[in-house]
Design a protein around this ligand. Structure first.
Ligand SMILES: [Zn+2]
Length: 149
């Protein structure tokens, strides 16, 4: 059945029906290229992907596609970073924001300066990003494939 190619709108509908926390893997030959659907290149936590793509959704949600050499890993972000970056970090990568806030506090207490607070925030944010990347990798480790309607 290699002649059936899904559209990203169909993939988004599948994810919306099956809960927003779902993370699925789709082989590249099963779906159109993200650019064809009007998706925009984006940034995401580094999980070994070649590129990140996002399709805006109504209400600031966003289909987030990670492109790997032979497949895509897909999920829906609760908040699309293109319309609300702080909201995206808080809702979809809370460890990044929490790590930055904790790091800033530690930097302020230890360094007693704004510079030390900034360094602490950067280190804390990086640690949080690493923790979030590990969690996302685990969540996507046993992917479910979309059923064809
Ligand atoms: Zn995402």
């Amino acid at each position: 059945m290699r002649n059936i190619v899904l559209t990203w709108a169909q993939v988004a509908q599948h994810l919306a029906r099956n809960g927003r926390s779902a993370c699925i893997t789709i082989q590249k030959w099963q779906v159109e290229h993200p650019r064809v659907a009007g998706m925009r290149r984006s940034l995401g936590l580094p999980l070994g992907q070649m590129a990140d793509w996002r399709m805006p959704y109504p209400g600031c949600h966003g289909l987030h596609v990670r492109e790997f050499p032979d497949h895509y890993s897909v999920h829906i972000d609760r908040v699309n970073p293109h319309c609300d970056l702080p909201g995206h970090v808080a809702a979809d990568a809370p460890a990044v924001g929490g790590g930055a806030a904790l790091g800033a506090l530690v930097g302020l207490v230890l360094g007693e300066s704004a510079g030390a607070m900034l360094v602490g925030a950067l280190i804390g944010g990086a640690l949080g990003a690493s923790a979030t990347a590990t969690k996302e990798k685990a969540a996507c480790a046993a992917p479910r494939r979309p059923r064809r309607a």
